[in-house]
Write a protein that binds this ligand. Structure first.
Ligand SMILES: [Zn+2]
Length: 190
């Protein structure tokens, strides 16, 4: 068995601890996670959990009652034809669906509770940097990048959450090194 770091839970060879910074985010982040994401080696919510103090992760398979209770005072960040731009003065909790794009759409479609809370999309989202996975949104943003973009926008602070992006980049670089250039070029660049 591969040895794992007891702090960040990544394999020792790709330990991320040197990049982990703890940040107290005033706007709470809530994640509805597809169970497959929880186990995925390249899941970005795991990095966000290591860095953010105010984050809660739940399985996306909740009962309707659990959904309605958990979603109180929340808004969903999910781009779709009826979503509105995230208001600059929004201060409630932000919910993100952590799943591949088709699965995220399914979770949204089949959970009426998600349609009863405000639904926003990011204003002027950045370009995604996820080079080694197909991502969750059409704009190619990982869940971590989407939550950093939202927090930056609402707090008007472009630098505060940069350590999450740096840790995310370090994770991708570590993973590419680990798989070797040949595999990376074959699977992700061709
Ligand atoms: Zn570690």
């Amino acid at each position: 068995m591969r040895p794992y770091c007891s702090s960040c839970a990544y394999p020792i060879q790709t330990c991320l601890c040197a990049h982990i910074v703890h940040i107290q985010n005033p706007i709470k982040i809530k994640i509805l996670q597809h169970p497959k994401e929880a186990k995925h080696a390249l899941n970005t919510v795991h990095i966000a959990r290591l860095c953010l103090e105010n984050i809660e992760v739940r399985s996306a398979f909740l009962t309707h009652h659990e959904y309605t209770t958990w979603l109180q005072d929340c808004a969903l960040i999910f781009p779709h034809p009826q979503s509105k731009p995230l208001p600059k003065d929004y201060r409630g909790s932000l919910v993100f669906i952590d799943a591949t794009w088709p699965k995220a759409r399914g979770i949204f479609r089949y959970n009426p509770a998600l349609k009863q809370i405000p639904c926003y999309h990011l204003v002027d989202p950045p370009k995604g940097e996820y080079r080694i996975r197909k991502t969750r949104t059409e704009s190619n943003l990982s869940t971590l990048e989407a939550m950093v973009a939202a927090l930056r926008y609402l707090e008007n602070d472009p630098l505060r959450y940069q350590p999450l992006i740096d840790a995310f980049r370090a994770r991708i670089d570590g993973q590419i090194q680990h798989m070797g250039d040949a595999v990376f070029i074959k699977n992700y660049l061709s």
